[in-house]
Design a protein around this ligand. Structure first.
Ligand SMILES: [Cu+2]
Length: 176
C-alpha cells in the first residue's frame, strides 16, 4: 500500500476515536454544573485547549482522569483566574466574587495545605465531599466569622489564611 494511502487510512481511523474522546470530555464537563449553565458553556480541557466554544461566559472542565474521585468543574471568570494561578503556583488576581460548581464530587484534598498530595497527621485530608459550590471573595477579612471545620455540617473556609482561601458549600452532605 502506498504510504499516502496508509496515512489517509490512519487519519480516517483516528478521527472517530478522537471525536469520541472529545465527546466523553464534553459529557464529563457538562455534569459539573446545572444544565442551564453547562449546556452553553465553553468546554476546556486541563491544558486550557477549547473543546467546544460556548456562549454564556461559563467554562466547564472534565474530570481529571489521573486523580481519585470524579472532579469536573464549571467556573466563572474569577475562578478561571484562580485555577490558572493555582496550577502555575502564583497568587490569583481576581477582584470580583467568583462561583464554581462541582455537582458531582471532588478528588481527595487537604483542607489546610493547597499543594498537599497525600494525607499527613495534621493536614485535614478530606474526601467524599460530594456535590458542592465554591465561592471566591476578594476580601479575605470577610471570612473571619466562618468556620474552617469541614465537618461543621455547613459551609466552611478551605485553605484558610492562604491566597487560595475560598468558601466550600456542600449541597448534599459534609465530607465523609
Ligand atoms: Cu471542589
Amino acid at each position: 500500500m502506498p504510504r499516502s494511502t496508509l496515512a489517509v487510512l490512519t487519519l480516517i481511523l483516528a478521527l472517530p476515536l478522537c471525536a469520541q474522546a472529545q465527546d466523553a470530555k464534553i459529557a464529563s464537563a457538562e455534569k459539573a454544573g446545572p444544565a442551564s449553565i453547562s449546556e452553553n458553556a465553553t468546554i476546556l480541557d486541563w491544558s486550557g485547549d477549547v473543546i467546544r466554544e460556548g456562549t454564556n461566559g461559563w467554562l466547564c472542565l472534565p474530570d481529571r482522569a489521573n486523580t481519585e474521585g470524579e472532579d469536573p468543574w464549571c467556573v466563572d471568570a474569577p475562578w478561571w483566574d484562580f485555577l490558572q494561578a493555582f496550577i502555575a503556583k502564583r497568587e490569583p488576581e481576581y477582584e470580583q466574587v467568583g462561583i464554581a460548581y462541582m455537582m458531582v464530587d471532588d478528588s481527595p484534598v487537604s483542607n489546610t495545605d493547597p499543594y498537599a498530595t497525600e494525607p499527613t497527621e495534621d493536614n485535614q485530608w478530606i474526601s467524599g465531599v460530594g456535590p458542592h459550590l465554591m465561592i471566591l471573595v476578594p476580601d479575605h477579612s470577610s471570612f473571619e466569622s466562618m468556620s474552617t471545620d469541614p465537618y461543621n455540617g455547613g459551609p466552611w473556609i478551605m485553605w484558610a489564611n492562604t491566597p487560595y482561601a475560598h468558601i466550600m458549600v456542600p449541597l448534599k452532605h459534609p465530607p465523609k
